[in-house]
Design a protein around this ligand. Structure first.
Ligand SMILES: *Cc1c(COP(=O)(O)O)cnc(C)c1O
Length: 399
């Protein structure tokens, strides 16, 4: 399976014979010298392959890009300074004034705001649909549609995208399918199921340390070349460039991703199962009660499980807020946005990370104020964590 090849880092002989470090040298440079002015001119004209300038690409970008393209089973990848840098560059590369986007209605709050509030400035219009109903997509598809956008596992509702069905629809209508795979690296490989472009916020699981931001776009070499084209590339001209030091740091963390994902999945699966047994309403795609359980089981790579994220309903907003405070006091994790960290993070998405979505739309999709989102950490003794967590729930009257 292509996803396993991320472990084959030996294949990428970093730095060549001269250097022999097991990690590549950090490209501590913003610019690159040429042997001749002729060679420089050829590079600008796209006739020669040469590192040019740090906003375009650097050797450390190439190393990390190759690792992430391998992870997602795509030809190439382009790095950005954040997940939003990857999303905005991709969309602005694909769309121009007058074009339309079809997006899942449950996407990351920042993505939602970008589509809903920012893109209309450039006359780019987005239709938000329930992607579990392909007939709704067909209704809004038209000659102006340029791309379909979804998350493989949606933030924060844990809705799973039927990527093969969406890919077929996209192909039939000659539009690109862009999938944000931030919640499920290794666990789901969207390109294997027909996604054209796969995006990650590296800030989350892939880096896994909550110490910096990053983003990536994985897909065809031709699209990456277009993104960094000196005349028309959105990434080159808008400049959301990943810093070289950060790229080196993220590359080191990617090496532990397979074992981390397995542990995140194991821990979240255990907690979700135990909490459900206590009668709590839990949304975790690894539970048979989840509407997408069968779909995730068919799409996913079983050895990496169903991921480290779940939500639970605390009953009321007051109980949700009390639980969040209590969990932090008992040192079970941090009341913080973001996810994919070594430690557990929890938040109230309805009032926090998804508050960009209007209340009416939130209620319609089941994103209530009593919802708590968990990103479960790498706890060694999850049974103990579970007992402590249940204790907190008793304290605030949920159990
Ligand atoms: C966090 C997140 C983003 C945005 O990434 P940043 O690195 O914060 O810019 C996009 N999509 C999803 C699903 C996310 O969780």
């Amino acid at each position: 399976m292509s996803t396993n090849t991320i472990i084959d880092f030996e294949r990428l002989h970093y730095g060549g014979a001269a250097h022999k470090g097991i990690n590549p040298p950090i490209s501590d440079t913003s610019t690159f010298w040429f042997d001749s002015a002729e060679e420089m001119a050829k590079t600008f004209e796209g006739e020669a392959q040469h590192f040019l300038y740090g906003r375009h690409s650097t050797p450390i970008h190439a190393y990390l890009g190759e690792a992430l393209a391998t992870l997602e089973g795509t030809e190439a990848a382009h790095l950005t300074a954040s997940g939003m840098g990857a999303i905005s560059s991709t969309v602005l590369q694909l769309c121009q004034a007058g074009d339309e986007i079809i997006s899942s209605r449950t996407v990351y709050g920042g993505t939602y705001a970008f589509f809903k509030c920012f893109l209309p400035r450039f006359s780019i219009h987005t239709h938000f649909v329930d992607i579990t109903r392909p007939e709704e997509i067909a209704k809004v598809m038209n000659a102006k549609t340029k791309l379909m956008y979804c998350e493989s596992v949606s933030n924060p509702l844990m809705e799973v995208a039927n990527i093969p069905v969406l890919a077929e629809l996209a192909k039939k209508n000659r539009v690109k399918l862009v999938v944000d795979n931030t919640f499920s690296p290794l666990s789901i490989t969207p390109a294997e199921h027909g996604a054209d472009l796969v995006i990650h916020s590296l800030t989350k699981y892939i880096n896994g340390a909550s110490d910096g931001l990053g983003g990536v776009i994985c897909g065809a070499e031709e699209f990456m070349e277009a993104l960094r084209d000196v005349n028309g590339g959105a990434a080159m001209l808008l400049g959301p460039t990943m810093d070289n030091q950060r790229a080196a740091s993220i590359l080191k963390n990617t090496k532990t991703l397979p074992v981390r994902m397995q542990q995140h999945s194991r821990n979240a699966h255990y907690l979700a199962t135990q909490l459900e047994k206590e009668g709590i309403q839990v949304m975790y795609p690894g539970l048979q009660s989840h509407p997408s359980y069968v779909l995730y089981s068919a799409l996913g790579n079983p050895e990496f499980g169903y991921g480290g994220m779940f939500t639970m309903d605390a009953g009321t907003k007051a109980k949700a807020f009390a639980l969040l405070k209590n969990l932090q006091q008992e040192r079970l994790g941090y009341l913080a946005v973001s996810l994919g960290s070594y430690g557990t993070l929890f938040s109230s998405p309805g009032t926090g990370t998804s508050s960009e979505i209007p209340e009416e739309a939130r209620l319609e999709m089941g994103l209530t104020d009593s919802l708590i989102r968990f990103s479960i950490g790498l706890d060694h003794r999850i049974e103990d964590t579970c007992e402590k967590m249940k204790g907190c729930m008793r304290t605030v009257g949920i159990l």
